[in-house]
Write a protein that binds this ligand. Structure first.
Ligand code: ADP
Length: 490
């Protein structure tokens, strides 16, 4: 099958969150199964062209925007250690700047940037002669590829049999644009924008809704989330659209790229280990404590370390964990190492905690890929009290590294972590249900109890490490969805 992936983030080139991990990992897995995959990504100013060996091709593609034409330079690289081509579309006007989306509210012209990119990706595939059986678009940024394919390219013989599959990684970001601008930049007839049309939601152009309505198949990143977005507020207002597409909506659980996230071969960690050499995890723990400039002597290393690697936003449940974590720190029952950045008030909280408990807390503000691996390898517990979580990857990374996840049982967290039961010796972590402070406190207390309770501590870590969360399962499920989508255009 020829698969064209169009995305605003692809690891390792441009990453903000889990979207990038998936768009980086799935093409590799499909290509290993013998499929032809091409990936399209904007050439952001932040991408280190030299480091990744990305070179300019001779292609400059004409991109219809509104009633005029713009141009995209085509640059080319490969997903690391694969023969999967990644085409980087360059437009100095849209992408030669620092940052991917821009801070907080995003760049003012994100509507125009991504509508341009969607159109450019479809035009580029044609210019390169890469005829996709499926265009796989991700999240609101590239959702407009779906209406473009269905309304502007369906009659082009090149795309006559191409199916469109749209994957929702997070309903919270929908791409609500000014309708006059978006319909024009996208080349959609203004007459198609009216109350409750496939482009419209509460008076705005809604890229996510258009993606949902025009795709042949819609997927989201976990089975539980695929239900939550239809039936609860997690649909963020688009429950109706999702209900209409219910027959074509599939939950495909994310997986992890074990060529990158693997404790036996991780280039970023102190020592390799696996489930049979779990004791070596202690070496990684002490190395992490040293790196974090926390006490790391044998006695100090006895205290459990709670790790977190996260965007610091409300979604990640920061408000409900503050009290519980503070109490635990006050009782000196654990250490906390947290890597992330986001809302000021949450950053301030962790800075305060660090000041108050200098021997027990390290807050590393910012984005740091190597350190994120070392936290997964060195921590004992991994806290993820999310308000909502489409899938979540970091709890799966934690499990792979024998770090016990403490999670709220919603979305993908419910699909990936089972609660450890002492009576059956089954389970891979600690789960709690309610979105409140006392639930987190209870769960952490329970987890700290497990830490001190052999053989259960070894058992839960072993169970976590033995759970197969690898990307291969997800990759095959997507291929199945692609073939269903193609049936509509055979
Ligand atoms: P989301 O996509 O909602 O942010 P996920 O758990 O699906 O959450 O994916 C987050 C990804 O981003 C993981 O690969 C995680 O390791 C990474 N990540 C998040 N914050 C940081 C950070 N500050 N430094 C390094 N990696 C980070």
């Amino acid at each position: 099958m020829n698969i064209l992936v169009v995305a605003a983030e692809v690891a390792p080139f441009a990453k903000v969150g889990g979207l990038a991990d998936m768009t980086g990992a799935l093409p590799r897995a499909w290509s290993e199964e013998g499929h032809d995959v091409a990936v399209m990504l904007p050439l952001y100013g932040t991408i280190d062209v030299e480091h990744y060996g990305i070179v300019k091709t001779s292609h400059v593609v004409s991109v219809p925007v509104g009633y005029w034409t713009e141009y995209a330079e085509v640059w080319k690289g490969f997903l690391p250690d694969t023969s999967v081509p990644v085409y980087f579309l360059r437009s100095s006007e849209y992408f030669d700047r620092k940052g991917i989306y821009g801070y907080h509210d995003g760049f003012e012209d994100n509507d125009r940037r991504y509508l341009f990119f969607c159109r450019a990706a479809i035009e580029t595939a044609k210019a390169l002669g890469f005829q996709p059986d499926v265009i796989h678009a991700h999240d609101y940024h590239t959702a407009p590829c779906m209406p473009m394919l269905a309304t502007q390219y369906r009659h082009d013989p090149f795309y006559a049999h191409t199916a469109g599959v749209f994957t929702i990684h997070n309903m919270a970001f929908q791409g609500m644009y000014d309708p006059v601008r978006a319909m024009e930049f996208g080349g959609f007839p203004p007459s198609e924008f009216y109350p409750q049309s496939w482009y419209e939601h509460h008076g705005s152009f809604n890229a996510m809704k258009a993606g949902i309505m025009f795709a042949d198949k819609v997927t989201t990143v976990s089975p539980t989330y695929s239900q939550e977005i239809r039936w609860t507020n997690e649909g963020m207002g688009l429950q109706g659209a999702l209900q209409k597409r219910a027959a074509d909506l599939v939950g495909v659980l994310n997986g992890i790229d074990t060529s990158i996230w693997n404790p036996t071969s991780d280039v970023h960690t102190a020592v390799p280990f696996d489930v049979r050499t779990l004791a070596k995890k202690a070496v990684n723990k002490r190395a992490l404590l040293r790196e974090a400039r926390l006490p790391s002597g044998a006695e100090a290393a006895d205290l459990p370390v709670i790790g977190m690697v996260s965007r610091l936003t409300e979604q990640k449940g920061i408000p409900i964990m503050m009290r519980a974590v503070w109490d635990i720190l006050e009782q000196r029952r654990a250490r906390l190492i947290i890597l992330g950045s986001g809302m000021r008030e949450y950053e301030d909280f962790f800075l305060r905690a660090e000041e108050r408990f200098p021997e027990h807390v390290r807050f590393v503000k910012g984005y740091n890929e190597p350190l994120s691996h070392r936290i997964q390898a060195g921590a004992d517990l991994y806290l993820m009290p999310s308000q909502f979580e489409p899938c979540g990857l970091t709890q799966m990374y934690a499990m792979a590294y024998g770090t016990v996840p403490v999670v709220r049982s919603i979305g993908g967290l419910a699909d990936t972590v089972t609660h450890y039961e002492r009576s059956t010796l089954q389970g891979t972590g600690v789960r709690f249900h309610d979105y409140d402070e006392s639930a987190v406190a209870y769960a952490l207390d329970h987890a700290l109890g497990l830490y001190n309770d052999e053989p259960h501590w070894t058992q839960v870590r072993t169970n976590a490490m033995q759970q197969d969360n690898s990307i291969g399962v997800a990759a095959r499920h997507y291929l199945e969805v692609f073939s269903w989508a193609r049936e509509r255009h055979a």
